[in-house]
Design a protein around this ligand. Structure first.
Ligand code: SF4
Length: 440
């Protein structure tokens, strides 16, 4: 019988998947700290004797990464390097019975709405009074703010509602308390996240209240940038565009996954929109906020996507010239509405379509970045990386968008602070620049 290690309890929280999982891990760690537990996030020494893995169950690759991470720590447990392994998050929510059978050496599996029970096995009590208290894992100057959980949308390809449940908005007053606490800690950039940001308020206020929330958050001293992620096209609240235009703290940036543009595919995807409506919506964004940076995400290889339909998508991407774009190959997910369709596009063709779209987007991004050469942009400096300081403009979100590289051998800028940077050159996805010379 393998004996319990002599180590003092140290809980290592490992997060996989999206920013919403990062947020949930931060809330878990905030609760553990409030219970005086010794907790770390993705400990580089990897010497925690208790490991909590917050998994992702979105699509094939993400699920595989989660399973490999579980196996990694179960293996460490069998070697006596870890005493207990707990698994939570979307993969666990979606596949608990199978996981319990396939990987029985995990101490316990928890769902996405199971925090109090997870805390109990970690010998901690759930503290209701800790509104917005969390241990942020992002750099000191920016943080995610999850404004709602779950999703009520019927998108055919998506398993998220199966894992995250129905849409639940967090009241404006709680979010203002949370954001104010973050600002007091030095957070300057708030990144608003949800499964569907634009659905905010429909459940608790019976109206779309994102614009109202933005106006309230913009009043908080210390917060200088507010960024919007995961908007949805159908029923998009146009009053949000007014707030983006009028309120300087709201970045001229909008992330809105559009997934596809062909009418038949959009219908099969149950997106509730059309080629024409989507194109008009993008035009409305550009008219209301002329220099807005629009980020979108597309799915290629969806059942029934013929070469002609794919060509329509490519032509549209070329015409729309999105500032930021990501693309996924369709993943056939069980228990989704699309699971009943025939996954009839070969994987090789799916991957070819992914690279075709990204080649197109690289060219568009290169051309758009050339237009920035010679201009000065307010940038937040995220880190020092080798010989470069690395920052972002208001048009760039962390980890997914362009970066501004400043030669650290020639220049000095302060990490965590804003600086005006003059762009001197650009590639597809990076800008190079130097601090703006202050005229004497
Ligand atoms: S909006 Fe659609 S794609 Fe996004 S989480 Fe909800 S169901 Fe999934």
């Amino acid at each position: 019988m393998r004996t319990k290690s002599k180590k003092e309890n140290k809980i290592n929280v490992v997060t996989l998947g999206c920013s919403k999982n990062v947020y949930d891990s931060e809330v878990l760690m905030g609760q553990l700290v409030a219970n005086n537990k010794n907790v770390v996030h993705e400990d580089e020494n990897d010497d925690g004797n208790i490991v909590v893995i917050n998994t992702c169950g979105f699509i094939g690759d993400a699920k595989e990464e989660s399973i490999n991470t579980i196996l990694h720590y179960v293996n460490k447990k069998e070697l006596g390097e870890v005493d207990r392994v707990y698994v939570t998050g979307c993969l666990s929510e979606r596949y608990k019975p199978d996981l319990q059978k396939e990987i029985p050496n995990v101490d316990e599996y928890f769902g996405t709405h199971d925090l109090p029970n997870l805390l109990k096995v970690l010998d901690a009590d759930y503290k209701h009074e800790l509104i917005g208290e969390r241990l942020t894992t992002t750099p000191i100057h920016y943080a995610y703010l999850k404004i709602a959980e779950g999703c009520d949308r019927p998108c055919s390809f998506c398993a998220i509602p199966l894992m995250r449940g129905k849409h639940v908005s967090t009241p404006i007053e709680n979010l203002v308390i949370e954001a104010t606490k973050l600002a007091k800690k030095g957070i300057k950039e708030l990144i608003l996240i949800a499964q569907d940001l634009t659905y905010y308020g429909l459940d608790i206020y019976k109206k779309r209240a994102l614009a109202e929330l933005l106006t309230a958050l913009a009043k908080i001293d210390g917060i200088e940038w507010i960024r919007l992620h995961y908007a949805f096209p159908t029923g998009f609240p146009l009053d949000v565009l007014e707030v983006i235009h009028n309120e300087p703290k709201i970045c001229n940036y909008l992330d809105i996954p559009l997934q596809h543009i062909n009418d038949d595919i959009l219908k099969s995807m149950r997106r509730g929109t059309s080629h024409e409506k989507t194109t008009n919506l993008i035009a409305a964004f550009r008219k209301s906020v002329p220099n807005i940076a629009i980020r979108t995400t597309l799915i290629v290889g969806y059942p029934g996507e013929t070469e002609a339909i794919f060509q329509e998508l490519k032509d549209w991407v070329e015409a729309m010239r999105f500032e930021r774009l990501g693309v996924f190959a369709y993943s056939h997910e069980e228990n989704t509405h699309a699971a009943s369709l025939k996954d009839n596009i070969p994987e090789k063709v799916k991957q070819k379509r992914v690279s075709d779209i990204m080649d197109l987007q690289s060219q568009i991004s290169f051309e758009l970045n050339q237009e920035k050469v010679g201009q000065v942009f307010k940038c937040i400096i995220d880190r020092k990386d080798g010989n470069y300081f690395v920052g972002r403009t208001e048009f760039d979100s962390p980890d997914v968008d362009n970066e501004v590289l400043i030669d650290a051998t020639e220049n000095y800028v302060q990490v965590g602070k804003f600086a005006n940077i003059k762009i001197t050159s650009a590639t597809e996805f990076d800008l190079y620049g130097e601090p703006e010379k202050v005229k004497s």
